[in-house]
Ligand binder design. Structure first.
Ligand SMILES: Cc1ncc(COP(=O)(O)O)c(C=O)c1O
Length: 389
């Protein structure tokens, strides 16, 4: 028995020893810090915060966001809306373009007391909403999605189509609630100056769209913007009423590379066990492969490529230079980035528990049916999360 395995066998048991691996661990202290930081930012900017809960899909987490002052939630599926409505959250923005076949499900939510807001960015979908509303005597709250950074969907702030869609909805008897935008291209930036400039572009484009609707005699009380990087680097949100952000709850290595958090802010990690080695290659094999970490290699395009994740010791202390270099379905290959660590076997004996920080917290969390929430006093709680559509 090596010295290291001996110390592993004789150290006193910790809360983490009770958990089978791989497991999704939340540091509740870090998560609370992240919640407080974003809530304070929204407060300082004079807007309300509507967190995007697709990151966690977890009742306990969302409760803490609301307790900290969030006003309503954003969801990416109607299943999330159903789940959180059952939890008692009524103010819900479904921030994915409305597909006509989902209108019956949306109506059922409204009938159960949900103040559901739906979105569209085209005339066909707007007409489908109006026609369904007329056929079912239903009035939906609808927002128009605006494209402020060319990265995904939405209508350009200066496009004629904006007024056409606004007109269809308003004249068709729907409540035209406002405009929303998400500057997702912020993930490609990495300086505070560039992020602040994009936040201003996001703000200005969305406010411009709102002003054009109002000038055309259409209602537009809500102006909703946000992504984690632009939210945290925005200097001024004049004309905006609410901020949306999701991944800030956990942060991750992509956000670390974007520059809006440090590795010490990352609240989600994957607890894993060393199961073997390839000593001459300097590898340790762990039981967290891509099925645990997800296939997301979002840092590969950024200035620091973390492979499948940053290795930390069992207590969450970063081990600089050690990454989950590659991954099969249930095997992860842990290696040092510069030169092979030929002492890997004694450094990480079989049975050693480690934590891996994820590239993309939303994708990694989605691999697990539950989180293990670990408080600073080492109390463990199991928080379930859900999947699917
Ligand atoms: C419409 C919309 N709003 C807000 C967000 C939150 O972005 P982030 O996770 O960067 O905070 C997303 C994320 O994809 C989104 O799609």
């Amino acid at each position: 028995m090596t010295q290291a395995t001996h110390s592993l066998a004789t150290r006193s048991p910790t809360a983490l020893d009770q958990i089978d691996t791989p497991a999704a661990l939340i540091s509740t202290a870090r998560m609370q810090r992240n919640i407080d930081r974003m809530q304070a930012k929204a407060h300082a900017l004079g807007v309300s915060l509507r967190p995007h809960v697709k990151t966690t899909k977890c009742t306990e987490v969302v409760k803490q966001q609301l307790a900290a002052g969030a006003q309503g939630i954003t969801v990416s599926t109607l299943k999330e809306a159903e789940h959180f409505l059952a939890d008692g959250v009524t103010d819900i923005l479904y921030a994915v373009g409305m597909a006509p076949h989902r209108l019956p499900q949306a109506l059922a939510l409204c009938e159960q007391g949900c103040q559901l807001k739906i979105i569209t960015d085209n005339a066909d979908s707007a007409r489908a909403i109006v026609e369904f509303g007329a056929a079912h005597n239903a009035v939906f709250d609808v927002m128009i999605e605006i494209d402020t950074d060319d990265h995904r969907s939405g209508i350009k702030p200066d496009s004629q189509e904006l007024l056409v869609v606004g007109d269809i909805l308003h004249k068709g008897g729907m409540r035209l609630l406002g405009v929303l935008t998400h500057a997702g291209s912020s993930y490609e930036l990495n300086t505070p100056q560039a992020l602040a400039a994009l936040a201003e572009q996001e703000r200005a484009g969305c406010v411009r769209a709102a002003e054009r609707l109002r000038a055309a005699g259409l209602p537009c009380p809500v102006v909703s913007v946000g992504s984690t990087p632009t939210a945290l680097e925005a200097r001024d949100l004049t004309g905006v009423t609410e901020l949306r952000a999701g991944v800030y709850i956990f942060f991750d290595l992509v956000m670390r590379n974007v520059g809006v958090c440090t590795t010490d802010d990352i609240a989600l990690s994957v607890l894993t066990t060393v199961i073997g080695h390839q000593r001459e290659k300097g590898w340790a094999i762990v039981d967290a492969g891509w099925m645990a970490m997800s296939r997301d290699k979002g840092t590969a395009r950024q200035q620091v490529d973390f492979g499948y994740g940053q290795v930390c010791d069992e207590n969450g202390q970063v081990m600089p230079g050690y990454l989950l270099a590659s991954a099969n379905q249930e095997h992860g290959i842990l290696a040092r980035t510069d030169t092979p660590d030929l002492d890997i076997e004694s450094r990480f004996p079989v049975g050693t528990r480690l934590r891996i920080l994820p590239n993309h917290a939303c994708a990694t969390g989605a691999q697990f049916p539950q989180y293990h929430a670990l408080s600073e006093d080492n109390t463990l709680s199991i928080w379930s999360r859900f999947h699917g559509w």
